[in-house]
Design a binder for this molecule. Structure first.
Ligand SMILES: Nc1nc2c(c(=O)[nH]1)N[C@@H](CN(C=O)c1ccc(C(=O)N[C@@H](CCC(=O)O)C(=O)O)cc1)CN2
Length: 300
């Protein structure tokens, strides 16, 4: 058996199309244009690429994009002052601080300075608590994208056994909460989990988010299971030429694709959904701020 490949690039394009339609309606019916502010501190090359893509796609769906670039040496007080300004700017409905931050900045303090209603990353402690208690919240973009893909493929997830490998605040924990919210039986596994292969073999849904290249081999996967690969690991690829690299996920695609029922590739799987869901969250935040109906199918 060869698994069905879940095409995140095409799915993300559809989500962006839905966002664009909603933005057009907000403008036409209410004269409101959603605005997203992205803050980049320093010159991490990958972060620069992601921030550029976010700005470009924000404009493409008809929203206003504001970018703030701070030097790598920026003081915490200056970053917090910028966030406070954005919090009180009525034209800004979503605020995102690109991670990782330089080491001298306190990530928790910075994230918790963002107005929870504008926290389109869903990382603020208030949103974490709301999600954990099953209340309306802003939902982290990558797990939201995974959930959308799973719902699209399976329809109802009720009663399915899901194993999330990885316990990060950004992906593993919120992913587990979302799957629980959809009535899956959820296990969070991690590097210290005993008998990890056996635990993973029980799962109808495997979400791999550990940040270890190709860690999950095909013989850990139950035949027919759905495998969602959140890993984005850049590896040397001398076979492509000197100094060349390639991206691999946290699962060994070549062996897993032979056993799984469905699988997301890397690149082109979950990654593109992250920015699509950021745009979806910005429209949701804008609607909530204005007391308007939220876009259907774009929230958890
Ligand atoms: N504040 C945040 N910081 C970071 C987040 C986040 O959600 N919020 N996530 C990641 C980076 N990220 C967006 O910021 C992101 C990562 C990957 C992709 C993506 O489309 N990946 C492609 C491959 C791209 C490539 O060739 O390098 C794919 O998987 O197909 C989009 C966004 C960390 N920081």
């Amino acid at each position: 058996m060869t698994a069905r490949i879940l095409d995140g690039k095409a799915f993300a394009a559809r989500v962006r199309g839905q966002v664009a339609e909603h933005v057009a309606r907000l403008k036409a019916d209410h004269g409101i244009t959603p605005g997203l502010a992205v803050v980049l501190v320093g010159e991490d090359p990958a972060s620069e690429v992601y921030v550029r893509s976010k700005g470009k796609m924000t404009v493409e769906v008809g929203m206003v994009s504001v970018e703030h670039k701070l030097a790598a040496s920026a003081a915490q007080a200056d970053l917090l002052a910028l966030i406070h300004r954005l919090n009180s700017d009525p034209a800004v409905h979503g605020i995102l601080v690109q991670l990782p931050l330089p080491d001298h900045l306190d990530e928790d303090l910075v994230i918790d300075a963002i107005d929870p209603a504008k926290d389109v990353d869903g990382f603020h402690i208030s949103n974490v608590g709301l999600l954990g208690t099953g209340q309306k919240s802003m939902v982290p973009c990558t797990p939201l994208g995974c959930l959308m893909m799973l719902r699209d493929y399976h329809g109802d997830l009720t009663g399915m056994d899901a194993v999330v490998i990885g316990r990060s605040n950004i992906v593993g924990k919120p992913m587990a909460q979302l799957l629980l919210g959809d009535s899956c039986t959820v296990t969070i596994a991690h590097s210290r989990t005993r008998n990890l292969p056996e635990v993973v073999r029980r799962a109808d849904i495997v979400v791999a988010a550990v940040g270890r290249p190709q860690m999950v081999p095909g013989d850990w996967i139950k035949p027919g299971a759905t495998v969602i690969d959140v890993g984005i690991n850049r590896m040397d690829a001398p076979e492509k030429g000197e100094g060349k690299t390639r991206l691999v996920g946290d699962v060994d695609f070549d062996s897993c694709v032979q056993v799984a029922g469905a699988i997301t590739p890397v690149p082109g799987g979950v990654g593109p959904m992250t920015i699509a869901c950021l745009l979806a969250n910005t429209v949701t935040a804008c609607c909530r701020a204005n007391g308007l109906a939220e876009p259907e199918g774009l929230t958890a």
